[in-house]
Design a protein around this ligand. Sequence first.
Ligand SMILES: Cc1cc2nc3c(=O)[nH]c(=O)nc-3n(C[C@H](O)[C@H](O)[C@H](O)COP(=O)(O)O)c2cc1C
Length: 346
Amino acid sequence: MDKARQRLEHLWRRGRDFLGTELAIMGGAMSWISERNLVAAISNGGGFGVLACGSMSPALLAEEIHATQERTRKPFGVNLITLHPDLDALIDVCGEMQVGHIVLAGGLPPSSAIKRAKDTGAKVICFAPAPVAAKKLLRSGADALVIEGTEAGGHIGPVATSVLAQEILPIIDEVPVFVAGGIGRGEAVVSYLEMGASGCQLGTRFVCATECVAHPKFKQAFIRAAARDAIPSVQVDPQFPVIPVRALGNNATKKFVLFQMEVVQRVRSGEIDQKEAQLRIEHFWAGALKRAVIDGDVENGSVMAGQSVGLVTREQATAEILGELVDQAVAALAAREGPVSTMVKC
Ligand SMILES: Cc1cc2nc3c(=O)[nH]c(=O)nc-3n(C[C@H](O)[C@H](O)[C@H](O)COP(=O)(O)O)c2cc1C
């Protein structure tokens, strides 16, 4: 086991050095969920917590960063959505509060945003949805990349994590690359490390952490769900594009299909124009994640979840989740040394 543990240290050393952590495991930012408590718990547990800024104002973000700094002295990052109208001010807040790592999410960030974030002294992490984008982000100055496959919870791209990993890990050596999407156990972490990743990012697996403030009904929905229940949002007409989001199927996901059909019908009958229709479709989900996470309305809100929800079976302390991931990773590496490879049950 000691040899296996050493091997793990070797495999994720670059990721640990980059994040400044004991484990190269990032807790992916989740709006409404990745707030002070969960983020501090992940960082205190040796991982790397990431605050989700979501639609927060610069003042609110400053408050949240401060509250997190009060709960942990360990490194953590801040995730900013590139489309936020106050992006520059949010970056400046991170700079003033000496945030060490800024994650720019929600579409390819412009070079100017990457530069502004780097000028604060922070390391900048960006999402690369394809090899070409990965190369472009490196030219723009990204210090690390996250590649997130379609198995993930929340807003998703079309390509599986396993394929993105094969496309991107062999061609990017300049910066650390973290793999996300569908990872729920340590064996999977090891596999991506062996393929050249510097670490992994998990979101879904941390939702049922005891320290997570999500409503008990939100957590219960995760515990009950199977992998196949986490489905991408349905688009009924290619003329009215829908940004795909993976969430547990419920009343809201069913209503969304009917709503789109109704809106498309109204355009066809000349009642509303295409622009108005697109706006109505986009607004359907406004406030829906908060409704589920905070209010506990898991039927009419958006229960964003990745396919690894099938591996979430109970509420557990964050430290226990991280400990399990490490134990599974070490056991997987130990098994590689022996004749038989088995998965540890925990
Ligand atoms: C409920 C939920 C909310 C999320 N919100 C965000 C977000 O605000 N910003 C972001 O960059 N990613 C968001 N994500 C994606 C996570 O940061 C993470 O990359 C993803 O969950 C990893 O895949 P996994 O769910 O398979 O572990 C969200 C995911 C979930 C499940």
